[in-house]
Each structure stands twice: as structure tokens, then as C-alpha cells.
Design a binder for this molecule. Structure first.
Ligand code: GRF
Length: 193
């Protein structure tokens, strides 16, 4: 099976997935890491691990549809069975999402359906949430709303800042995301469209 990972920046979730795939000898390979930003830090890690990388720069395309078409063309080079969004900060067109229906997943740093969109840790603190976390879900046309595959929970502590809460959640993301992908590969989790 071929896994294509899309990133926009740091790529720490991608790194956790690559590490798990190697350590656990997954019956799959990370076929490519693709970024919409040339300066995404994660690209270097991927290249160092012998993973093909590609960049499709959004601002080189006049419209979202044209960008998505170029991105899809690039992804298709690697015949993906699973497309993994890992800190990929672009809203995708419904045509693109439809093309990968049932084989594209995302990780969102909140316990969905709570706190969709950006600044989820700030939202959780402002709401006085006692618990927070991350969600892996199937990507559907509506942002952050696809069927939930699994979640990781962390407590919100009284003296938490956005940064302290974010790092507690991120540590769990790095466990959660590889685990979910492994379960998909093993046929233990099925993706609804
Ligand atoms: C993570 O918190 C992820 O949940 C969110 O964006 C962040 C990406 O971090 N979608 P990284 O690029 O994987 O380090």
C-alpha cells in the first residue's frame, strides 16, 4: 500500500508516522511527502529518510481549483491508497475531497466536534474546557466534520498556556496518528465516505 502525506510546515506528525512505519515494519510505504510550501521544515526530514518529496506552491495557481488539480496530479504520481493530511493548512475543493473519498484522513488538534478551525488550544482555554485532545477523522467536504476514527484525550491543567496545552496534545497526536493508520492498514478500521 502507498501512503502519501501532505504537510505545510514542521511535519512532526509526519515524522512520527515515518518512524512508526519503519519501527513496526508496516505493510505499506510512505510513497511521498508533498507540501504546499517550499520552506516546510518537514521536507528535509523526509528527504533524509529517502522519501520522495514534492512541492506544489499554492500561490503559483490563480484559483483554488487549479491548485487542487495540480496537487492531485502530483499525488497521483505515487498511486496512493491512503492520503494523510498532517498539518496541511489548505482548504480543499469538494472535487478534490470527492476524488479521495474514503481514502483521505486528517488530524485535528481538538476533541471534535468541539473547536473546529484554527487556534483550537486557545479556544479550549477560553471555553474553560477541562479536557482537550486530538481527533483523527475522514476528510469530507465540510471542514473538520468527517466521520471520527479515533481521539486522544488530555487534561487541561489550571496553569496551562496555549503553548503548554499544545505540546501536551501534540505528544498524544504522535501516538494517535500512527496507531490509527496502522489500524486502517490492518483492516481493523474502515473509512466511511
Ligand atoms: C498539529 O497540531 C495538527 O493536529 C494540526 O496542525 C499541527 C501540525 O503539526 N492539524 P506538525 O506539522 O505535524 O508538526
Amino acid at each position: 500500500k502507498n501512503i502519501v502525506i501532505l504537510i505545510s510546515g514542521r511535519g512532526s506528525n509526519m515524522q512520527a508516522i515515518v518512524a512508526a512505519a519503519q519501527a513496526q515494519e508496516w505493510p505499506a510505504r510512505i510513497a511521498a511527502v508533498i507540501s504546499n510550501r517550499a520552506d516546510a521544515e518537514g521536507l528535509e526530514f523526509a528527504a533524509q529518510h529517502g522519501i520522495p518529496t514534492a512541492v506544489v506552491v499554492s500561490k503559483n495557481y490563480p484559483s483554488r481549483a487549479e491548485f487542487d488539480t495540480a496537487l492531485q496530479t502530483q499525488i497521483e504520481q505515487f498511486s496512493p491508497d491512503l492520503v494523510v493530511l498532517a498539518g496541511f493548512l489548505r482548504i480543499l475543493t469538494s472535487e478534490f475531497v470527492q476524488h479521495y473519498a474514503g481514502r483521505m484522513i486528517n488530524i485535528h488538534p481538538s476533541l471534535l466536534p468541539n473547536f473546529t478551525g484554527l487556534h483550537t488550544h486557545r479556544q479550549a482555554l477560553q471555553a474553560g474546557a477541562l479536557e482537550h485532545g486530538a481527533t483523527v477523522h475522514v476528510v469530507t467536504a465540510e471542514l473538520d466534520h468527517g466521520p471520527i476514527l479515533d481521539q486522544a484525550r488530555v487534561p487541561v491543567l489550571p496553569d496551562d498556556t496555549e503553548d503548554s496545552l499544545a505540546s501536551r496534545v501534540l505528544a498524544q497526536e504522535h501516538i494517535l496518528y500512527p496507531r490509527v493508520i496502522r489500524q486502517i492498514l490492518d483492516g481493523k478500521l474502515r473509512l466511511q465516505k
